[in-house]
Design a protein around this ligand. Structure first.
Ligand SMILES: Cc1cc2nc3c(=O)[nH]c(=O)nc-3n(C[C@H](O)[C@H](O)[C@H](O)COP(=O)(O)OP(=O)(O)OC[C@H]3O[C@@H](n4cnc5c(N)ncnc54)[C@H](O)[C@@H]3O)c2cc1C
Length: 449
């Protein structure tokens, strides 16, 4: 599956024969990306070599490393842990989560592209029994989602290999449980993965070294980025750098402007029982549960803003169990009563954005970009001839929220194609929706900065 030399014709078109056509927005003159070319770099720094460093060995960093290595870059990855996938990506079973909408918004279009790309990307892992391509069943959380599911089911009726609108007896058949839901969407090509193992295998397959260091500061000097440790010691220098360390990118002055939130989540591990062991697919609704692996189901997850501990909290196990019962009574019955005090699990943090979209691309030179684009404060539709300003050979890849597994394969391709100077594998509109400078441009237009 190579998108490396994608031409305009073979760009992923997330709307191919399904959701409505891209909207034609009212425009006074040119489309906004031509009227205000903030995403184009006016001071492109020459790259002397194909040497590049990725900071962060989660799913964002590891997929980026592979996408660049496949393009002939000499890649190394740095993490503060000795093995890849030790933080956000550290759960035993994570779901390639599908999210569709009948609306033609950017978020569902990006979700659709990402999930189709991800299912191909992970196929070789599933074929080797790393995780399971067991299908993902999504049950409606309300009357409203149930009616959305109907529209989606009709639109994708010609793609049963991708998604099927199923009735109760079909839901029971694919799930292996006596579900009570009347309908649901079944995605047969998705499933669950052990993210840490995926991260480690990705690096190993390409022979990409993982170096251990906790980087506290980055400084640009002599055409190179210097990566400094807490005591100020220089760990290494690199001509090009991708910052893929999730929420902790806020510690660097270059990326501190990004509007990120750290959102704690906890999963609960449930020992399989005779009733639950028949579960054959992932089920998602208010929460999610995976088929058992080594006798254990993963069930989650909670969303706790403002809570900063990775200690397990009984109240979160309780929440996860209640979510399962609310997802479907039949699922609640299969899980049965549990002794909260004896449950195990794992808690960590998601790195989320205000618009729920990932952040991928070059790091803006914030003061310069704000100066060049200051006229937007007066007129959000004005024409600006200056291109954007970006820091030399510095990129960021973060903001994966709850869907790192779904987003990262595609966003890594976008980033690697951009770094390699190739045509991007997605439409311009989708690419700009994930651009790191989008927040600055929006805030200028809304006179927030
Ligand atoms: C409870 C829970 C359940 C989840 N379930 C799912 C799921 O089912 N499906 C799904 O797709 N997503 C799920 N997610 C979200 C998913 O974990 C994230 O989207 C994903 O981990 C983001 O990947 P990342 O590479 O951006 O960040 P991370 O995986 O957090 O990786 C960042 C890496 O950077 C390193 N790092 C940070 N700062 C530094 C530094 N200064 N120096 C050196 N190294 C540094 C860290 O050690 C870490 O390895 C879940 C999250 C939680 C918390």
């Amino acid at each position: 599956m190579s998108l490396g030399s994608a031409s305009m014709d073979n760009k992923i078109n997330p709307l191919s024969n399904d959701l409505s056509k891209p909207s034609s927005k009212p425009s006074n003159k040119l489309p906004s990306n031509k009227r205000q070319p903030w995403h184009l770099d006016k001071s492109v720094a020459p790259r002397l070599s194909k040497e590049i460093t990725i900071l962060g060995a989660g799913i964002a960093g590891c997929t980026t490393a592979v996408a660049l290595a496949k393009r002939g870059f000499n890649v190394r990855v740095i993490d503060r842990h000795p093995s890849a996938g030790s933080e956000g990506a550290g759960n035993n079973q994570a779901v390639v989560y599908p999210k569709l909408s009948p609306r033609d918004d950017l978020l569902p279009r990006i979700n659709l592209s990402s999930m189709k790309f991800a299912s191909d990307y992970y196929k070789p892992f599933w074929d080797r029994d790393v995780g399971q391509q067991c299908g993902v069943l999504v049950l409606p959380e309300s009357e409203k989602t149930a009616s959305d599911f109907k529209i989606i089911g009709e639109r994708f009726a010609d793609q049963p290999g991708f998604v099927q609108l199923q009735n109760n007896s079909e839901l029971r058949g694919v799930s292996g449980l006596n579900l009570v839901a009347k309908q649901g969407l079944f995605f047969p090509q998705l499933g669950w993965l052990p993210p840490a193992e995926v991260c480690q295998q990705l690096l190993a397959q390409q022979g990409i070294p993982l170096l251990r260091a906790d980087i506290h500061k980055i400084v640009y000097s002599d055409n190179h980025w210097q990566l400094l440790e807490a005591n100020g010691d220089l760990f290494l220098t690199s001509e090009s750098l991708v910052i893929a360390n999730a929420f902790d990118c806020l510690q660097f002055e270059q990326t501190a402007f990004l509007p990120l939130t750290q959102l704690r989540g906890q999963i609960t591990e449930l020992q399989q029982s005779p009733a639950s062991s028949t579960l054959k697919t992932v089920i998602c609704g208010e929460g999610y549960i995976t088929p058992q692996h080594k006798g254990v189901h993963s069930c989650g997850a909670t969303y706790n803003k403002g809570v900063f501990t990775t200690e397990l909290r009984p109240i979160d196990h309780q929440t996860n169990l209640e979510q399962m019962s609310r997802t479907d009574e039949g699922l609640g019955e299969a899980i049965g009563p549990q002794d909260i005090a004896s449950l195990s699990g794992r808690a960590n943090y998601r790195c989320t954005t205000k618009d729920y979209l990932p952040i991928v691309g070059p790091v803006p030179n914030v003061p310069q970009l704000l100066e060049d684009y200051a006229p937007l404060r007066r007129d959000a539709r004005c024409e600006i001839t200056s291109l954007g300003s970006y820091l030399p050979n510095l990129y960021v890849h973060c903001g994966m929220g709850s869907r790192g597994l779904s987003y990262a394969p595609l966003t890594s391709e976008v980033l690697a194609a951009e770094i390699a100077g190739e045509t991007l594998p997605i439409e311009d509109e989708l690419r700009l929706a994930m651009h790191p400078a989008r927040f600055l441009i929006r805030d200028l237009k809304k006179k927030r900065i």
